[in-house]
Design a protein around this ligand. Structure first.
Ligand SMILES: Nc1ncnc2c1ncn2[C@@H]1O[C@H](COP(=O)(O)OP(=O)(O)OP(=O)(O)O)[C@@H](O)[C@H]1O
Length: 765
């Protein structure tokens, strides 16, 4: 778009990332276009100077093209569409603005004409022509896609940030693990004893050499050992767990039709992707796979599960739903359990669901945990009860992708309101395509979509407030290069492998350094180069320091010229009324749809008389609705939202009482930062609490006198007791369940004696 307008980019070619060949894979060639339905045309296009020239893609010919299993997935989506898309609404408002500006201009020229009455007819004609030209000029001024050439071409300044010497921290494996982080660098796929169909698939996918994590993990995985693995983002962890599993299934065919492998992932989109990669790896063998993630049709998933696929890829919630509602489906035959993004799967958010799933899994299983930010603290992994696990840490869990160039833009204390302007300037002037922009909240993501759309950019959004159809559609359009910018929340931060993402922009710093590693890991994947640009305010500098400390390559500070920022700030201010108009259109459409739905229901009821529609049997879950609600409230930082709804806090954020629901640019940024901070605080508190609880010997609460127990209660739950924390306290005091104690190998003993049987234990409880 910039070239059309005759504008030049601000960063010179010489500033591009210097890509050095990876030491352990010098003659390694890059993978083929395996993932997510990329057009080969796009692939050629992406072989630009931005990417590591040492990598060569191998094209797949006539093979299963793995089009991201999109056809499968789309057929499972509910066919519900908004009457008009957000982009159509944005376009409508833009057109209206243009017409209004034109009219205003012609009104002005009418007056000018009147003032010049009496002039020669030829001159009048001339004037008319000029008028048209002038109004066209005016139009391009109010068209937000155009900006002063000056502000678009003025270069940013880049400075290298000083790096403080990192203290060498020896990676202690801790007594629990055997460490297998060292691997044979010369190992090839052929050396790994993989079956022919797998080697054929690997070639078809364009993989020439295994990546370091694959070299380290595949041999250990083939031995059937439990694994706890960590490797940087985009280094091929999916194949590292999928290949040994497929080999096992090929080598040891099943005796009965049962599901033998379960892969758990935290998000639906990641589930779809892992399913697609597994299918591609299994394209030349008869291993069957199934996808069971939320947002897709339950009935077709149930039918697929009844056929007992070999490998099941699922999100925890939907899996539990099937376990409770699909009578023939169970996990007792699971031989391998894999947690992709394992640290996420084992965190507070999925805690209850994971407990339920692991409770149902066979005890005699192999368990493999993978993440770029994997914890190696045995105590954090206790819930999956690993058996003599092997620790494979190819990277440290704060390492970013090897060819990532990290940049930061400092936001001065009183300039928080500049964030939107800075992001707009970056996207209009410098990073114009293949960009992922991360925001902390869904609301801000939506707002950025509208703002940038009004500026004429091709934008999409991806977050939890959208329907599954909208989420997948946004992803598809981004992959197919129909849109240049994808604005997303952390739902898109983990695991997604979108080919060709050049830049990741962080509107604010994420919750924790882990979140940062995953977000910026959406670029610089599979040996390619990429760039991240993060906006850092005064309150976020602590995380910046951590990142700089952990960085292996120098990080850069980008400085945008102040007049550029001011110009964009001014533009955005002028656009506020249009943002409001788009939001209004959305609200009206929603109301209309709601009324229509009500009318339709009423009509259906009238047609059927008083006959009630065929009631679907209610689906059950492992928690009651009430419990689930409470858990959600406790875990989704709802207290933050509620606190903001409270009068006092709200006042802090809303300067004018009249502007109901509207925040200034400063307030919006503060809101984003505060949310991240509250998450981090909450996490720290939880970790402290867990540490304290662990510091107490297992039997202590049992034998301690009543007085001491009270002290324990106070120190463990030192915050105000809400209903949820009361429940947590109760649970804590009750100690682990009978099954958990049994699994952990603890004596089945609790307050008041030994319990030899479950019923006695229960009675006592
Ligand atoms: N041996 C290989 N050779 C070349 N490319 C590979 C190889 N293995 C995997 N890839 C490619 O690397 C990319 C990243 O792989 P994958 O998504 O598995 O990374 P990841 O480590 O799981 O990343 P994340 O931590 O973000 O989930 C994919 O496009 C995949 O096709």
């Amino acid at each position: 778009m910039l070239s059309e307008l005759g504008f030049i980019r601000t960063i010179g070619e010489d500033e591009d990332v210097q890509v050095e060949p990876e030491t352990d894979s010098e003659d390694e060639e890059e993978e083929g276009p395996i993932v997510l339905g990329r057009k080969q045309k796009a692939l050629q296009k992406n072989r630009s100077a931005d990417f590591n020239p040492d990598f060569v893609f191998t094209e797949k010919e006539g093979m299963y093209d793995g089009s991201w299993a999109m056809a499968d997935v789309l057929s499972q989506l509910k066919k519900k569409r908004a009457a008009t898309t957000l982009d159509e609404k944005i376009e409508k408002v833009r057109k209206k603005r243009k017409t209004e500006d034109k009219e205003a201009k012609s009104g002005k020229s009418e007056k000018e004409k009147e003032a010049k009455e009496g002039s020669e007819p030829e001159e009048e004609e001339d004037l008319e022509r000029k008028d048209v030209e002038a109004s066209e000029d005016e139009e391009s001024e109010t068209d937000y896609s155009s900006a002063d050439e000056n502000i678009l071409t003025k270069a940013d300044t880049l400075k290298i940030k000083e790096r403080k010497k990192k203290k060498k921290k020896g990676q202690e494996a801790g007594g629990f693990f055997e460490d297998a982080s060292q691997y044979d660098e010369n190992l090839s796929f052929q050396d790994m004893n993989l079956s022919r169909p797998l080697l054929k698939a690997i070639t078809a996918m364009g993989f020439k050499q295994p990546t370091p994590i694959q070299k380290a993990c595949i041999p250990v995985g083939l031995l059937g050992k439990d694994i706890c693995a960590c490797a940087a983002t985009g280094t091929g962890k999916t194949a590292a767990f999928a290949l040994p599993v497929l080999e096992r299934l090929i080598y040891k065919p099943r005796q009965a039709p049962v599901t033998r492998v379960l892969v758990l992932v935290p998000t639906r989109e990641l589930g779809i992707q892992v399913h697609s990669v597994t299918k591609q790896l299994a394209q030349f063998c008869s291993i069957t796979t199934c996808l069971a993630v939320g947002g897709l049709d339950v009935k077709s998933q149930e039918a697929a599960l009844r056929a007992a696929p070999d490998i099941l890829i699922a999100t925890p919630g939907r899996l539990i739903d099937h376990l409770h509602n699909c009578p023939s489906f169970h996990l007792s035959s699971i031989e391998v359990l894999i947690l992709d993004e394992a640290d996420r799967m084992l965190d507070e958010y999925f805690e209850e669901q994971m407990k339920e799933i692991i409770r149902m899994c066979s005890h005699h299983r192999q368990t493999m945990l993978f993440s770029a930010t994997m914890t190696d603290e045995v105590k954090d992994l206790a819930s999956v009860s690993l058996k003599n696990p092997v620790r494979i840490f190819v990277n440290s869990n704060t390492d970013v992708a090897p060819f990532l160039r990290q940049e930061f833009i400092r936001i001065r204390p009183n300039r928080e309101g500049d964030r939107e302007a800075i992001v707009a300037a970056l996207l209009m002037r410098t990073f114009t395509d293949h960009v992922m922009l991360f925001t902390q909240t869904k609301k801000q993501a939506h707002r950025m979509h509208i703002l940038l759309g009004l500026m004429g950019l091709q934008v999409g959004e991806l977050h939890g407030n959208l329907s599954q159809t909208q989420r997948l559609e946004a992803l598809r359009r981004f992959k197919d290069e129909q849109i240049d910018i994808l604005v997303a929340t952390d739902v898109a931060a983990r695991g997604l492998d979108i080919e060709g993402v050049k830049t990741v922009i962080n509107f604010t710093m994420p919750n924790t350094i882990k979140h940062y590693v995953h977000r910026v890991g959406r670029t610089a994947r599979a040996g390619r180069a990429g760039r991240s640009v993060s906006l850092v305010g005064e309150e976020e500098r602590k995380m910046l320091k951590e990142i700089v400390k952990a960085a292996k390559a120098p990080v850069k500070a980008r400085i945008l010229p102040q007049d550029v920022i001011l110009k964009f700030r001014d533009k955005i201010e002028k656009m506020e009324k249009d943002v409001y108009a788009v939001l209004q259109l959305e609200a009206e459409e929603k109301e209309m749809q709601k009324s229509e739905a009500q009318i339709n229901t009423a009509q259906r009821l009238l047609e059927k008389g008083k006959e009630a529609p065929n009631p679907e049997p209610e689906r059950s879950w492992f928690q009651t609705k009430e419990e689930r609600k409470k858990e959600k409230i406790a875990k989704a930082l709802q207290e933050f939202d509620l606190a903001l709804r409270g009068k006092k806090k709200r006042k802090k954020f809303m300067k004018e009482a009249k502007k109901k629901g509207e925040m200034t640019a400063e307030e919006r940024s503060q809101f984003e930062i505060l949310k991240a901070q509250m998450f981090a605080e909450r996490l720290a508190k939880r970790n402290r609490r867990a540490k304290r609880a662990r510091a107490m010997p297992e039997e202590e609460p049992v034998r301690a006198p009543a007085k001491k127990q009270k002290q324990v209660k106070k120190s463990v739950f030192d915050e105000e007791l809400t209903n949820t924390s009361k429940k947590a306290l109760k649970q804590y005091r009750a100690g682990p369940s009978f099954e958990e104690r049994k699994k952990l190998g603890l004596p089945h003993q609790r307050r008041g004696g030994n319990f030899k049987s479950k019923s006695r234990y229960k009675r006592r409880k």
